[in-house]
Unconditional design. Structure first.
Ligand SMILES: Cc1ncc(COP(=O)(O)O)c(C=O)c1O
Length: 317
């Protein structure tokens, strides 16, 4: 039976945009971020003389209890190292990353998107996207030259099928093959994943191709298809040639059509050369996306994070 807390989120999503509800996997429909139980009790206990609700040791000064030997190695504030971070990610970190997205993608302008949810690197963000949207038996459309981990995530973990289409024709992205592959998907829901610059080829579409990709997706959306576009921006910014699309393809999709949900996965791993930090983000954009819709999707995503890894290990901004 669906938990009443998930029902509330599902009803919100259905009311705000029924197409988005139809895109959710069964797992995505069941998941919620718990507001009752231990988290509610912790909130109630805040500021009380005795707080016996949460599994963290606190010293008499109210800060985390920790072994003094750490003082020799760590320079950050105690409260930025030892306590749990929220499953959503620290609010300051989420706000800062969203600010970066707008700064690095000027054509986003005043278009709206969700706040990013913090994940344990992009790999985990891809897995959370699979959790939210991929049912067993769904197909995930990907160009035929792709990062092999997509298979471990979508197929081996979630039971979806990877369907590929030809990556290139005439020295460019094969938009026709992409359009044809989308048109051939059975049923109303299409899940596709775009990764630019692409691993393994390094390819990023030209400005004209980015527009053609946008049009191909729009065409399917106008036919009534509900399309989840997962955007793996792991190598965002590593673009140097004239005429190549410099921004994330998210900018072309996040306000395209109310049947197109753009799911942006990004993070500092390769953008900022911090491979071992294990920080990533998952953000949503859809035409006419309301605050209520985004908050419900964020709550579900944070619930999925909580049920997998609890929270990421970065507390500090
Ligand atoms: C296309 C692509 N996406 C995602 C990742 C993983 O990123 P992260 O290390 O943040 O999990 C890689 C790493 O090689 C990659 O090539």
């Amino acid at each position: 039976m669906t938990d009443p807390q998930a029902v509330v989120l599902n009803e919100t999503i259905q009311k705000e945009n029924p197409a988005v509800y139809a895109m959710l996997s069964e797992r995505g429909k069941q998941i919620f971020f718990p507001k009752m139980g231990i988290l509610a009790q912790s909130a109630q206990a805040k500021g009380k003389d005795i707080n016996a609700t949460i599994g963290e040791a606190v010293a008499d000064n109210g800060k985390s209890m920790y072994l003094p030997e750490f003082d020799n190695y760590l320079k950050l504030e105690v409260e930025n190292i030892f306590p749990y971070a929220p499953s959503f990610g620290k609010p300051e970190l989420r706000a800062l990353w969203k600010q970066f997205i707008y700064k690095k993608n000027p054509s986003l302008g005043s278009q709206t998107m969700s706040l990013p949810i913090a994940t344990n690197g992009l790999t985990h963000a891809i897995s959370m996207a699979g959790y939210m949207f991929a049912n067993e038996g769904d197909s995930v459309l990907i160009p035929d030259l792709f990062w092999e981990n997509y298979d471990l995530i979508f197929n081996k973990s979630y039971g979806a099928t990877i369907s590929t289409f030809n990556s290139f024709s005439n020295n460019g992205f094969d938009v026709a093959a992409f359009a044809q592959a989308m048109a051939q998907v059975k049923g109303n829901k299409i899940i596709t994943l775009l990764n630019f610059p692409n691993n393994p080829t390094g390819y990023t579409p030209t400005v004209a191709e980015a527009e053609q990709i946008q049009q191909a997706i729009l065409q399917e959306a106008e036919k009534g298809k509900q399309i989840v576009v997962i955007i793996d921006d792991a190598y965002f910014g590593l673009v140097y040639e004239q005429g190549v699309f410099m921004e994330s393809i998210f900018t072309k999709l996040c306000n395209l059509h109310s049947n197109v949900l753009a799911v942006k996965l990004d993070g500092p791993t390769k953008e900022d050369y911090v491979w071992g930090f294990r920080v990533g983000f998952m953000s949503y954009g859809i035409k006419n996306g309301s605050a209520a819709l985004y908050e419900a999707l964020e709550a579900k995503t944070a619930g999925a994070v909580r049920g997998n890894i609890s929270n990421i290990n970065v507390n500090s901004t």
